[in-house]
Design a protein around this ligand. Structure first.
Ligand code: 6R9
Length: 639
């Protein structure tokens, strides 16, 4: 099979089309077969799927029982205990190590015992706040082993954000480390957990992995050391058989409102999505070494650092550091040293590395077959650089579109099969039936060469089943917007050949370096500052990070606009959400553009930032149209 970069048909394309057709017209046959082929069931299922998008009661592989950690670890460890499961690349290039499937089974079992000892029972939630170390994978799998629901919180989130997620998920236990290490810098993870837990009385235990050996306070009766606890327990614990629809994890993501949503994924369907995309999209084969640069704190890390490669029994690279430390060759050194076969990263990292210069890219990297991107649109020139300079025109580029909610890829090329066009996520994955909807009429727009919002017509196994503790919000956000469809929140086009082009969010979500942020959440953080009367946050195009956060703030009487105050506002967001959400620019304005009913017109702010002041449209509906001139003056002065 040849790897094509341009749009010409490959021999596999016909096979894809056939399989795709089957997945849409006979989903029961299609998914039933794959579920039995790719997963190992403790008890077989009778019903492949039930429920509907309309009713929001989708369920897959009912009656079936399985365990995620058994599927990711045991079955491979039994066959070949010495096969490498995890290739750990520590922040310092010399400090890594590997973990075999046999070792992984023993460590997962011990930690599962420890969690039980800490009082965790089937169905309980465990929060995980860890850096990118092998123990993060062990923690997820140990939860799954005893039927606990893991709720990973990205270790860049602030104490306040962690607290909110611990409370909302009703976590009983938190797993963390003394510190984290990234790009040569230390991160005080345990300290952040301590701060967060001041307001979480229901957390009864904290399991602390020793990463750096920093001197940290341990709360008696609550905090225990990972290395001390695991020594107490045997190295095999039988996995808990779980119903296919039992929750596997919660993962919080940003939406249009300030409160993050705990997306709930279930066991059978999610695992099948991960395994199927691993096989067909990444073309994973025995002996491959898979490197996903995402963090386990986000869905990309869940599905493609942990579940997908381990389900297929290959080696997964766990990278603790950053692409720029100790220098811009870090990714390429990892790829060359470990003979990586598939590499998967967000375009934002590629933009950074492209800008750093081609001299940093290694010449070898001969084992690379697939180069994936995820999280945001990739510009054609970055796509070409990835293909030519990184892949030496030998590896296929796959631009994979999906979401926390979809669990695994939904629109994506299949490596070696789908012809690709730079900037297009190409064709739907199996079982996904996209439609382009006219946002004004709400009607589906048939045919090709159309633009609108993107929705899916059919339920697929790995879709999130609910927003934790808020099913109505799930219905209203995804399934009630266009009845009978799942609404993605993205705009998209379908070109003359039926290829999909993702245009970006149509709601108040900004995408900074592939991180999904809610403008409402940042506004809520700013309001917490005593000097802030009102704020409006918008995303603006940014060469390096894709989008950047810009904040407009109206301050209360008695405060003076100053650089110091602007810095305080930025600090407020860092403290309240996390450093990655910090506004790149803060404009202190006398008032915000509001309609007479009080709705903030962010559209006007976006236009001003884009320098399109002559295209503001009708501003007479504003309660005070004169604020526009004043805001323009502030923005001009700042530049
Ligand atoms: C996996 C992940 C989801 C949002 C999604 C969309 C954007 C993701 C993309 C893409 C263009 C791609 N997005 N992949 N946009 N091309 N290949 O990123 O999940 O963090 O939930 O973000 O990211 O806007 O709606 P998540």
């Amino acid at each position: 099979m040849t790897w094509r970069a341009n749009n010409c048909a490959t021999p596999g394309l016909e096979e894809y089309q056939q399989l795709y057709k089957e997945s849409i017209t006979e989903p029961t046959k299609f998914w039933g077969r794959l579920a039995r082929e790719l997963l190992t069931w403790h008890k077989d299922f009778q019903t492949v799927s039930s429920g509907s998008l309309t009713n929001g009661d989708v369920a897959w592989f009912l009656e079936g029982e399985l365990n995620a950690s058994y599927n990711c670890v045991d079955r491979h460890a039994f066959k070949d205990p010495n096969r490498v499961a995890i290739i750990y690349e520590a922040d310092e290039p010399s400090e890594g190590r590997t973990v075999t499937y046999g070792e992984l089974l023993r460590e997962v079992s011990r930690v599962a015992y420890v969690l039980r000892d800490l009082g965790v029972r089937k169905g309980d939630t465990v929060a995980i706040y860890l850096p990118m170390v092998p123990e993060a994978l062990v923690a997820l799998l140990a939860c799954a082993r005893i039927g606990a629901v893991h709720s990973v919180v990205f270790a860049g989130f602030s104490a306040d954000s962690l607290r909110d997620r611990v409370i909302d998920g009703r976590s009983k236990v938190v797993i963390t480390s003394d510190e984290g290490k990234r790009g040569g810098k230390l991160i005080g993870t345990k300290k952040i957990v301590d701060d967060a837990l001041k307001q979480c009385p229901d957390v009864t235990g904290v399991l602390v992995f020793k990463r750096t050996g920093a001197d940290i306070p341990m709360t008696k009766g609550r905090d225990v050391w990972w290395h001390e606890e695991v020594d107490k327990w045997p190295a095999y614990l039988a996995p808990e058989p779980m119903n296919s629809e039992d929750p596997l994890f919660l993962l919080y993501t940003s939406g249009s409102t300030g409160k993050p949503k705990g997306m709930m994924h279930t066991t059978g369907g999610y695992l099948l999505g991960a395994a199927t995309t691993a096989k067909y999209v990444f073309d994973i084969h025995d002996g491959d070494r898979f490197f996903c640069g995402g963090d386990v704190g986000w869905i990309t890390g869940h599905t493609y650092v942990v579940y997908a490669p381990l389900l297929l029994g290959v080696s997964t690279v766990v990278f603790e550091g950053t692409p720029a430390y100790p220098n811009f060759s870090r990714y390429w050194d990892i790829i060359e040293n470990h003979k990586v076969t598939q590499f998967y990263v967000a375009p934002t990292a590629l933009r950074l590395l492209k800008r750093a210069g081609d001299q940093h890219v290694r010449n070898e990297m001969k084992h690379l077959r697939v180069l994936g991107t995820v999280g945001e649109p990739i510009a054609a020139e970055v796509w070409k650089w990835y293909f030519e300079v990184v892949g030496k025109e030998q590896a296929q580029i796959i631009d994979t579109y999906w979401q926390t909610e979809t669990g695994s890829h939904v629109i994506t090329p299949l490596a070696g099969v789908t012809p690709t066009k730079p900037g297009s996520a190409s064709l739907p994955f199996f079982g996904v039936e996209p439609s382009i909807i006219d946002p004004v009429s709400g009607d589906e727009i048939p045919g090709n060469d159309v633009e609108g919002v993107l929705a899916f017509k059919q339920a697929w196994p790995s879709m999130a089943r609910t927003v934790w503790g808020a099913h109505k919000r799930y219905m209203d956000t995804y399934l009630n917007v266009y009845k009978g469809y799942y609404f993605t929140g993205d705009g998209a086009g379908r070109d003359h050949e039926g290829f999909y082009w993702i245009r970006g969010r149509v709601d108040d979500v900004v995408n900074v370096s592939g991180h999904r942020l809610s403008t409402a959440e940042i506004e809520a953080a700013l309001i917490e500052h005593a000097a802030v009367a009102e704020s409006a946050v918008v995303g603006v195009a940014d060469e390096l990070t894709g989008q950047a956060v810009n904040a407009f703030v109206a301050i209360k009487d008695g405060n003076e606009a100053s650089d110091a105050l602007r810095k305080e506002f930025i600090l407020q967001v860092r403290r309240s959400i996390g450093p990655f959400a910090a506004p790149k620019a803060v404009f202190i304005v006398p008032d915000l553009p509001k309609t007479r009913s009080g709705k903030i017109m962010r559209r006007i702010l976006r236009k001003i930032l884009a320098g399109e002041e002559d295209q503001l449209g009708d501003i007479t509906t504003l309660s005070d149209p004169s604020v526009v001139e004043k805001i323009i003056a502030v923005v001009h002065e700042a530049r």
